[in-house]
Design a protein around this ligand. Structure first.
Ligand code: ZN
Length: 98
C-alpha cells in the first residue's frame, strides 16, 4: 500500500508511515486474523440487550453491523436482528407508558 500523505510505498502491515509519520488505515483497522478469532461479540450483545434495553440493542447492533463488514459478514444476522428487535421492543415499551 501507499502512504496517503507522502505516497511512499509501505509495508501492508505498517501502522505509521516511516517517512512522514502519518498514521495509515491499519492504525484503526482491526487485523483481519485477530478479528476472525474475536468474532463479533457486539452483535450478540446487541441481540440480547435489544429484548430488555432497546437503546443498548441499537448501539451494540449498530457497532456489530459495522464490525460485521470487516469480519466477512460475521455477526451480520445478529446485528440486524438486534436492530429490528430493538425497534419493535422500543414501541412495545413505549406502548406501555403511553
Ligand atoms: Zn508518508
Amino acid at each position: 500500500m501507499y502512504c496517503k500523505n507522502c505516497g511512499a510505498n509501505l509495508d501492508n502491515q505498517a501502522v505509521v508511515c516511516p517517512y512522514c509519520g502519518v498514521a495509515t488505515d491499519n492504525l484503526y483497522a482491526v487485523p483481519v486474523e485477530e478479528a476472525k478469532k474475536e468474532g463479533n461479540g457486539m452483535a450478540l450483545a446487541g441481540f440480547i440487550c435489544s429484548f430488555f434495553v432497546p437503546l443498548l440493542g441499537w448501539i451494540f447492533g449498530g457497532i456489530g453491523l459495522s464490525r460485521a463488514k470487516k469480519r466477512e459478514g460475521k455477526g451480520k444476522g445478529f446485528s440486524i436482528a438486534a436492530l429490528v428487535i430493538a425497534s419493535v421492543m422500543f414501541f412495545v415499551y413505549l406502548g406501555q407508558y403511553v
